[in-house]
Design a protein around this ligand. Structure first.
Ligand code: KIV
Ligand code: ZN
Length: 520
């Protein structure tokens, strides 16, 4: 009886719905690292991807299924036979696996998108869930656009899925249209209509900024699984934010009386990792994980907090892992201390990756006295996880001349054919370097976004640059890190170019090549 338990299952879809967010093309190593963090965080279910969507998605789901034993690993699938079989295949290595199949049930989706009658949709549900149950034990069914579906038909759809063997019935507010009281009543009516013996789940989008409120209203009505994402990533305005849902349940347990399995002290590091790898920044005022979430600016507040933190703090920073580490590593720190710190930060590296990371750390100690957790996390994300694939171009050298006259950049890249050098002037050093790279390579990618972030508020901080590039129909993020912000920016651009090539070949599409390379 799912809906009378006092535990909420957390179903994380950062790697599926979150990955659909603009610019979020993560590679296998990055997705694995996020999945390992999610496993340690204690999420009940990780939706690792949509295996039939592309060979790249299949590989990611397969790797996560094999390597993250802490959580149930779910794969998304349409109701098509091929999708379901591919999904089951990708999940084979998982200790616990789930097929999550979905079809739309609202009149507008059935008529205009699916071009199916309600009876045909019911037939699809029966077929898909039965097939999925032949292949795995644990099946979830989602009625896409449930919140705009007609209640009697939705109840019939869920009854059909349940009769075919789905144990979890998911009620998505796909377009973020619902309001809390209405959504709570809606979920209550579904549970009454279908029966209490299943686990009801909700999946709320944030178009009206109500995803968390709607999810909480649903659990009051009897839902016992919440689908959510780290930092609220997801289609359009995103999904319900995992950290907000979990901390609302924990902080207001007096009101909800419900628990989750999560180790909330890992929320901060997981949020930082997802932000770093996805290139999507967390706004400073974001609840729970924003940089200012525990910062008290007003004098009267500061005075109160010093007298007793409870005057203005409803949660302790350490409850969400926001207090940071007191220990700073430096050039005298050994391998052991470094490995321990990496583990505390939640990274799981192979021994070879650990050695490379230690070498990079030692090199950084030559230019920087104290190395913070943020520096280490940036090094691992940008130097280890990024370089896990074959690069088409490597940056060999970049120099810029600023001062009087135009800024001049000279860049040397290495590819399979040897070294390619080029030079260009530009509006500042980074613009000049980017022009030089565009001249040297076979593409002229458009720069869609550019961001530099410091790992601390000290002048010797590492600069982490994130870019999003576009060439033809392909968009790819790129990242780079260095104490020199020009170098980090150049690395980010070159990484973005490499990723454009990887993504284009995974998707089987052509990039918009230049008519002729200047060096040909
Ligand atoms: O928003 C949605 O309806 C979805 C489903 C596939 C669950 O993401
Ligand atoms: Zn969704």
């Amino acid at each position: 009886m799912g809906n009378t338990e006092n535990r909420i299952r957390i179903f994380d879809t950062t790697l599926r719905d979150g990955e659909q967010a603009a610019g979020g093309n993560l590679n296998v190593a990055e997705k694995l690292q996020i999945a390992r963090h999610l496993g340690k965080l204690g999420v009940d279910v990780i939706e690792a991807g949509f295996p039939a969507a592309s060979p790249g998605d299949f590989t990611c789901v397969e790797a996560i299924a094999r390597e993250v034993p802490e959580s149930v690993i779910a794969g998304l699938s349409r109701t098509k036979e091929e999708d379901i079989r591919v999904c089951a295949d990708a999940l084979k290595g998982a200790a616990r696996r789930r097929i999550h199949t979905f079809i739309a049930t609202s009149p507008i989706h059935m008529e205009h998108k699916l071009r199916m009658t309600p009876d045909e949709v019911l037939k699809e549900i029966r077929f898909a869930v039965s097939l999925a149950r032949e292949l795995v034990e644990d099946v979830e069914f989602s009625a896409e656009d449930a919140s705009r579906s007609e209640l009697p038909f939705l109840i019939e759809a869920f009854k059909t899925a349940a009769a075919a063997g789905a144990a979890t019935l998911n009620i998505p507010d796909t377009v973020g249209y619902a309001t809390p009281e209405e959504f709570g009543d809606f979920c209550r009516s579904i549970i009454e209509g279908v029966g209490p013996e299943f686990v009801y789940s909700v999946h709320c989008h944030n178009d009206l900024g109500l995803a968390v409120a709607n999810s909480l209203a649903a659990v009051r009505a009897g839902a016992r699984q919440i689908e959510c994402t780290i930092n609220g990533l997801g289609e359009r305005a995103g999904n319900a934010s995992l950290e907000e849902v979990v901390m609302a349940l924990k902080t207001r347990s007096d009101r909800y009386g419900l628990d989750t399995n999560l180790d909330t002290t890992r929320l901060h590091s997981t949020s930082a990792l997802v932000s770093r790898l996805s290139g999507i920044q967390v706004p400073p005022n974001k609840a729970i994980v924003g940089a200012n979430a525990f910062a008290h600016q007003a004098g009267i507040h500061q005075h109160g907090v010093m007298a007793n933190p409870l005057t203005y703090e409803i949660m302790k920073p350490e409850d969400v892992g926001a207090s940071g580490s007191e220990l700073v590593l430096g050039k005298h720190s050994g391998r052991h201390a470094f490995r321990d710190r990496i583990e505390q930060l939640g990274y799981a590296l192979t021994p070879e990756q650990g050695e490379v990371a230690f070498g990079l750390f030692k090199k950084l100690c030559d230019s920087k006295k104290n190395v913070s957790d943020e520096d280490i996390a940036a090094l691992i994300a940008d130097e280890i996880l990024l370089t896990s694939g074959e690069n088409l171009y490597d940056l060999k050298h970049c120099s810029v001349k600023t001062g009087e006259g135009p800024t001049l950049a000279v860049v040397t890249l290495r590819n399979g054919k040897g070294d390619i050098s080029d030079a260009a002037t530009g509006n500042g050093p980074i613009d000049a370097a980017y022009r030089a790279i565009r001249r040297a390579i076979d593409l002229e990618p458009e720069l869609l976004s550019f961001n530099i972030k410091a790992t601390s508020d000290r002048s010797d901080a590492l600069g982490e640059t994130t870019v999003v590039l576009r060439s033809g129909a392909v968009t790819a993020p790129g990242r780079g890190v260095s104490t020199d912000v020009i170098e980090s920016s150049v690395k980010a651009f070159v990484n973005g170019v490499n990723r454009l090539h990887v993504l284009a070949s995974a998707k089987g599409v052509e990039l918009a090549k230049k008519a002729k390379n200047h060096y040909e």
